[in-house]
Design a protein around this ligand. Structure first.
Ligand SMILES: [Zn+2]
Length: 436
């Protein structure tokens, strides 16, 4: 008996199963897509941002095309550092590992490269260093003897402060020139020490530690202090003629007149006020001054003050320097212009008559001397006591100074009376008596 085929054939069942599976599968996929979309929407609420494409090229054959100037320095890392190290190695500057890490060794190599090529040796490979490095003109490393350290010197002078001054003081102390405190303040003591060092090393003895002085000071050529005995004081009144001091006849830097007295202790303060403590003058001249002011007092002329008397070479240096600085600060002049301006009124060290200890600047406290009765009396009577009015306007071409009505100079009565009578200034008088 023939089996009756009823219902669905086996092929049909397979097809149905396949169909069901397919429909079910699509449903699952759609569902999971749906879930994925929801999740992503939650995470990225602003879907408008489009991701950028970053293209990384690591082709060492093309190292130079960089959009921004490349700077390689300590702690830089990467392919460019590797290239730098390779190039430095090629040229003999670098012997470390080519690891793409910019460390101390790489920096030293960059510095050596820079130094040999005459550019600032800062150890930073910037645009110009890199350009030079990859240029065909880049030189291979030439080893040189280790150069002695060359510290950068900046000029130190009176008023300077800080570590550089401390170093200066320490060095001057080591060599025996400085005996003061190492306090970093460039004062009088430091200046004297610098001046002494300069004198003993054939340098300009200006007390300013400039390039030349500092280079000498820190070099092997710097020698310890050579003690020189204090020079014999000079008897300024021993000759038969007055001593002449001017621009053409300066005194030496170590010139000291004999027989100086301290004016504050030597003079009666009721007769004359001494403006500064420590002021000195030659005894004979001071005796004559006291005699003169006593006579003035008898005439009812009092209230005298001495503003200047003996000055050492170093004092005059200070005065000139202060004057120059004041011109620079107040008038905004350059150093050289301020110098020539100052030299109109301030004598160069060595050429001031105050070095003799025979000159006095007479003043009246708080008044312009020119218009005082004291000035009038002085110009009439100083001659009788051995003094002359040293600088007058009508002799400025000979003396080199404008009139100074306050400045008197002791020459002794014989000469002062002759000069009053003849009307000759000291330069003219000496020429006259010497050719007689
Ligand atoms: Zn004077």
């Amino acid at each position: 008996m023939r089996k009756k085929r009823t219902g669905i054939s086996p092929v049909g069942i397979v097809l149905i199963v396949l169909l069901v599976v397919a429909i079910f599968g699509v449903g699952i996929a759609a569902l999971s897509n749906q879930q994925a979309y929801v999740r992503e929407a939650r995470i990225t609420p602003t879907p408008s941002i489009t991701p950028r494409t970053v293209l990384i090229t690591e082709n060492p054959a093309f190292p130079t095309s960089t959009p921004t100037p490349l700077v390689l320095q300590m702690n830089s890392v990467g392919i460019e550092v590797k290239q730098l190290q390779m190039r430095l190695q090629e040229l003999g500057y670098y012997s470390g590992e080519v690891d793409g890490q910019f460390g101390g060794g790489t920096r030293t190599a960059v510095e050596a490269f820079q130094r040999q090529h005459g550019i600032t040796a800062d150890g930073i490979a910037g645009e110009s260093t890199l350009a030079l490095l990859y240029n065909t003109a880049a030189q291979t490393f030439v080893p040189t003897a280790t150069p002695s350290p060359t510290p950068e010197y900046s000029t130190l002078s009176s008023g300077a402060q800080g570590e550089a001054v401390k170093r200066l003081q320490t060095r001057l102390q080591e060599l025996g020139y400085y005996t003061g405190k190492v306090d970093g303040d460039f004062g009088k003591g430091t200046k004297s020490a610098v001046t002494l060092f300069q004198k003993q090393h054939g340098l300009d003895a200006d007390g300013i530690a400039g390039m030349k002085t500092l280079t000498m000071l820190y070099s092997d050529a710097a020698h310890a202090i050579v003690i020189i005995p204090t020079p014999e004081p000079i008897r300024v009144l021993s000759g038969s003629l007055p001593m002449l001091v001017n621009k053409e006849h300066p005194v030496d830097a170590d010139f000291v007149p004999a027989d100086l007295v301290d004016l504050n202790t030597y003079c009666d303060s009721s007769l004359v006020k001494i403006k500064y403590s420590g002021m000195q003058a030659v005894r004979e001249a001071t005796d004559a001054l006291i005699k003169m002011l006593t006579a003035a007092k008898a005439d009812g002329i009092t209230n005298w003050q001495i503003s200047a008397a003996y000055r050492s070479f170093a004092d005059q240096q200070d005065i000139l320097e202060e004057n120059i600085k004041s011109y620079m600060e107040k008038n905004g002049l350059s150093r050289s212009k301020a110098e020539s301006a100052a030299r109109q009124t301030v004598a160069d060290p060595g050429s001031s008559e105050h070095h003799t200890g025979l000159a006095f600047d007479m003043t009246v406290p708080g008044q312009t001397f020119k218009f005082t009765e004291q000035c009038k009396w002085l110009h009439e009577h100083c001659w009788e006591y051995g003094f002359i009015i040293r600088y007058t306007d009508d002799k400025k071409d000979i003396t080199g100074f404008l009139g100074e009505e306050w400045h008197i100079r002791y020459v002794g009565t014989e000469h002062s009376m002759n000069m009053k009578e003849s009307g000759l200034c000291l330069e003219e008088y000496l020429e006259y008596v010497q050719t007689e």
